[in-house]
Design a protein around this ligand. Structure first.
Ligand code: SF4
Length: 558
């Protein structure tokens, strides 16, 4: 006989009965005893406790007694089915460099990170264009007798590249690379012409042969499978059915690419080796340098460049960022972005209102949002943008660069330093987590961009290294868990407004970090990057740039 049954037999009230009696006397009495405190294994805890409590309270209100066992049974019977367990973890192969990279010191350089290229998605446009361009260079090195047999070039897109490639224009980017166009110099009008006249055929010279290629040679293949990386593609030279050359590639985020058998290029050792923010900041503090100057010294030692060369590159990127904002703001309010959403451009409208004295209190946030929307809309148009770290997040950093330089008139050298400190933040996120939405959702794109932008602003305003870290941490922390669910596979909704939110959060993170007592900030940047990596692994794959869930499902286009 159970303890409760014993209590009843002996004329004592069990805990449930006591609670019922108490409620009869005082309806506001403690009813906690009516709620089962033990949650059966395998059920959703919150849902179960709520149902247990509601069941117990309802019974009391109706004057019925209910045992704990009955309450548990009722709660279990009314529980909705458990949501499906998290989707498969990202099928990243252990031999990919993006998986192994976090072990040594950071060796990424500015020109690898800040890349100019066509929008709307660095992993789905810049990456594939670099891949097919790379393949074309390899194909030209085939022996003459093989080239003489070649009849066809073929690209197959897999995983996320196949699932959302149409919305991103991946087939146009892949074809452009095959015909010899590079992301930094391609004319966006060429890509537009492929969209407007999809039947165009281009001759590609391979040795003495000329092979015609068109968009039909880019195949949207399996979206699901056992791929090494969710952004996998293959490129082949064929002679009829015979494969003369085939290479498997991975677009691993931010326009970075790898291939089967990839080994990272050999680089010089950094002057200040670091693999954590803690170490980066220690170099800065111990050598009485800013984080920006540590990154500058490493750029010079790893890439063998002079200070002038590093700054010249940073200036080129700053100018390109300012240009994307200006170009976006100049677009007509009636402009409609390409694609089925028929999304109207809103940068000019938001900017006009922000500048209206009637709304002076909103001016700062309004203008910053307009700058971010302007650059992001350029990305949506497929125009040239800068990966910082990706195409989808291409409005965040430019909005703050533009605001600091063109509105606040901050000294250019301070903005250059901000761009270098932002690199340190972006490098660490790439090194230990991911910049790819197909691996980690939007936290890896807008979250990292916002974190970089917070470091940029803090550095531009001469914040000490701890404040720079705190600002970057705070901005990243408040994007953790953010999913990627672009409507109709187009980098427009939620992406364009999300850039504005990323920019505003970056400023908020700087505002908090520069006003709090820096040493009391309890979360360090390295811990948040680890949380980013873990959240990326656990996130259901539906929310990783597949357009199979979230807004992509709930928004109906008509
Ligand atoms: S939702 Fe975020 S991660 Fe996904 S495409 Fe848009 S900006 Fe990129």
């Amino acid at each position: 006989m159970s303890k409760k049954e014993n209590e009843k037999v002996n004329g004592k009230l069990g805990s449930t009965e006591k609670a019922i009696e108490a409620v009869r006397e005082d309806p506001l009495a403690d009813t906690s005893q009516l709620i089962s405190q033990e949650v059966p294994p395998g059920v959703d805890r919150r849902n179960f406790l709520m149902r247990s409590a509601v069941g117990g309270a309802a019974a009391v209100m109706m004057g019925r007694s209910v045992s704990t066992q009955q309450a548990i049974a009722k709660a279990l019977a009314t529980l909705p089915p458990e949501p499906q367990a998290a989707g498969p973890k990202p099928p990243l192969a252990a031999d990919l460099n993006v998986v192994k990279k976090g072990q040594g010191p950071v060796l990424t350089t500015a020109d690898e990170f800040y890349k100019v290229g066509p929008g709307p998605s660095s992993s789905h446009t810049i990456g594939p264009m670099r891949i097919t361009y790379d393949f074309y260079q390899r194909a030209t090195k085939l022996p003459a007798d093989k080239l003489a047999k070649a009849t066809k070039l073929q690209v197959n897109l897999f995983g996320s590249l196949s699932a959302t490639g149409k919305g991103h224009g991946t087939e146009r980017a892949a074809l452009a690379g095959l015909v010899g166009k590079e992301p930094a110099t391609v004319d966006p009008l060429f890509l537009d012409s492929l969209r407007d006249k999809p039947d165009q055929v281009f001759p590609v010279k391979l040795g003495d042969k000329s092979i015609n290629v068109s968009l039909k040679d880019v195949i949207y293949d399996a979206t699901k499978g056992d791929f090494k990386h969710p952004n996998t593609m293959t490129v082949k030279v064929l002679a009829g059915d015979e494969v003369l050359l085939e290479q498997e590639y991975y677009s691993v985020g931010g326009g970075f690419i790898e291939w089967k058998g990839y080994t990272p290029p050999k680089k010089n050792p950094p002057k200040y080796p670091f693999r954590l923010m803690k170490e980066l900041r220690a170099h800065a503090d111990n050598n009485k340098l800013s984080i920006a100057k540590v990154i500058l010294a490493n750029e010079m030692s790893i890439a063998g460049r002079t200070e002038e060369e590093v700054y010249a590159f940073i200036d080129k990127i700053i100018n390109a960022m300012v240009a994307t904002v200006k170009s976006g703001l100049s677009m007509s309010e009636d402009d409609v972005l390409p694609g089925p959403i028929k999304l109207h451009s809103k940068a000019a409208t938001v900017y006009k209102r922000a500048m209206d004295d009637k709304f002076a209190a909103d001016k700062g946030i309004g203008a910053l949002s307009a700058f971010a929307i302007a650059a992001s809309e350029e990305n949506g148009r497929g125009h040239l943008v800068i990966t910082a770290p990706t195409g989808g997040s291409a409005g965040v950093m430019p909005s703050l660069v533009y605001g600091l330089l063109e509105v606040r008139k901050v000294d250019r050298q301070k903005v250059r330093d901000g761009m270098l400190a932002a690199l340190g933040v972006g490098y660490l996120c790439k090194h230990h987590a991911t910049l790819s939405a197909a691996e980690g959702g939007c936290q890896a794109e807008i979250g990292v961009a916002s974190s970089m932008a917070a470091a940029l602003v803090a550095t531009a305003y001469d914040a000490e290294s701890r404040v720079v870290e705190n600002a970057a941490e705070s901005a990243l922390e408040h994007h953790l868990g953010m999913t990627c669910d672009p409507v109709a596979g187009y980098v427009q909704v939620p992406c364009i407004e999300r850039c504005a939110f990323g920019a505003v959060k970056a400023w908020t993170a700087y505002a908090i970090a520069s006003n709090e007592i820096a040493s009391r900030h309890r979360v360090d940047f390295d811990a948040t990057v680890m949380a980013l990596a873990e959240t990326a692994k656990d996130m259901n794959s539906k929310y990783k740039e597949t357009s199979e869930a979230g807004l992509a499902l709930s928004v109906t286009l008509c």
